[in-house]
Design a protein around this ligand. Structure first.
Ligand code: URA
Length: 242
């Protein structure tokens, strides 16, 4: 049984601030079944009641799961005193939800970012014990070679006492003219600036970085940079089973 105050239910489902939803309720626009309820503090069992506002059925959702194609230039945090954050890109229809990004991408990194209010799922995906794979597309200054692939596979000591798990590096393209390589790299943990530091350790520099997947969840390439959409049920099932 899920019991909740009517004013909380409406503000959690996007009908406005607590003050705004109180006036909706007091105006007689809300009914449970056939009965109009005027008391914003009325407690309703949302699993067994049909709640309507202006004849629109209210369905309460506890958790939201959004995929963002993060653009460069925004911070993966819920607040930053100086810069725009990924939450500034979330449409206002979700403003009533306490979303947060699952893990961090650097300000200049693009691509797949999951936003949710489901702390348990986030915890599971980020747990260092679970080794959830994250795959990135990168453009690298320097010609990536088989020695680099072996070094990534062996693990790289990034700081005293921390050696990365084996990482999979794949060469997608090389340009001897420009000296730039295109690669795919999969890592199984998420240390600060990890991909950039791994390339630095082999004497190369990341020029561009984009996350393509996290666990079984793939970036929807039709999602423009900065756009957000809800995960499909199939995508959610994949994540829940990761
Ligand atoms: N590795 C990095 O260096 N930066 C990111 O944003 C993600 C992984």
């Amino acid at each position: 049984m899920s019991k909740i105050r009517l004013d909380k239910l409406l503000s959690n489902t996007g009908f406005g601030s607590r003050k705004e939803v109180k006036s909706i309720i007091r105006a007689g626009r809300l009914r449970i079944g056939d009965e109009i309820i005027y008391d914003p503090g009325y407690i309703v069992d949302i699993d067994s009641s049909d709640v309507y506002v202006d004849n629109e059925r209210i369905s309460y959702r506890k958790y939201y799961y959004l995929m963002m194609n993060k653009p460069a230039g925004v911070i993966s945090a819920t607040f930053d005193p100086d810069s725009r954050t990924v939450l500034d890109l979330v449409p206002s229809t979700y403003r009533h939800v306490s979303l947060f990004p699952v893990g961090r991408l650097d300000k200049d990194t693009e691509g797949l970012l999951l936003l949710t209010n489901d702390g348990q799922l986030a915890h599971r995906l980020l747990s260092p014990k679970r080794h959830v794979p994250k795959t990135y597309y990168a453009r690298i200054e320097g010609i990536v070679d088989h020695e680099d692939i072996d070094t990534f596979r062996a693990g790289i000591e990034l700081e005293p006492g921390f050696t990365t798990l084996q990482a999979r590096l794949e060469i997608l393209g090389l340009s001897e003219d420009t000296g730039i390589s295109e690669v795919s790299v999969t890592i199984y943990e998420g240390k600060y600036h990890q991909v950039k530091r791994m390339f630095k350790a082999v004497g190369k520099r990341v020029l561009y970085l984009k996350r393509i997947s996290m666990g079984g969840l793939q970036l929807d390439e039709s999602l423009p940079a900065g756009a957000v959409r809800e995960l499909s049920q199939a995508e959610l099932d994949i994540l829940m089973n990761d």
